[in-house]
Design a protein around this ligand. Sequence first.
Ligand SMILES: C[S@@+](CC[C@H](N)C(=O)[O-])C[C@H]1O[C@@H](n2cnc3c(N)ncnc32)[C@H](O)[C@@H]1O
Length: 220
Amino acid sequence: MIKISNRLKSLCKYVFNDDKIIDVGCDHALLDIYLVQSGIINKIYVCDVNPNALQNGIENIEKYELTGNIIPVLGYGIEKINQFDVNTLIISGMGSKNIIDILSSPNLDRIYKLILQSNNNHYELRKFLTSKGLNIFTEEVVEDGKKTYINIVAGRDYHIKTYTEKEYLFGPILIKDDKNLDYFKSLKESYEDIYYKSHNDSLKEKIAYLDEIIEELSKD
Ligand SMILES: C[S@@+](CC[C@H](N)C(=O)[O-])C[C@H]1O[C@@H](n2cnc3c(N)ncnc32)[C@H](O)[C@@H]1O
């Protein structure tokens, strides 16, 4: 069984057996190999825009003898998904700008569930998702070395939700889960550090929101 990082493993619980998935920006395809080896899914498309990255993935797929289960696609984002039977997207290990770029395709209409893992600009990503009629179902903080990623699972629903500024900034699900108290405390500390150095007033509002969130999550 292949070993994968906790960051990648954290995504597996969002994948269901009947999802028709493409992993966009697969690179080494380690997540996809793990998903198949562990029996979570039987078939997955994997795509990368960089031929060398995709070649890494192909070599790993061959090494683990999963050529029939993991289908590599060279291409930009979701531009080719109309050629495949796909309704679920994984995009992980990227920044939100890149993710938004990939999702800004008419082919997004074909997707019902998105499993996203970004390490920055989560405000923009959440705004983008709701602007496309996608609700946020689940969120999770994932630490990986010095970086903090947030997993966001979004999808289509009968009622399109909108969120407050505080929810767009810090996550409508994250701010209600007391597991995230330490994350929000350390985020507040880093915002305060920047504020004392830069006196950037936009940070004051964020710090005030963080005070509210911390107070709420600290209640018994
Ligand atoms: C940092 S790696 C992440 C690999 C893997 N998803 C993970 O989480 O470890 C990002 C990969 O995404 C690919 N990529 C970036 N933009 C892309 C796009 N628009 N379409 C397809 N692949 C893209 C890059 O070539 C690179 O291989």
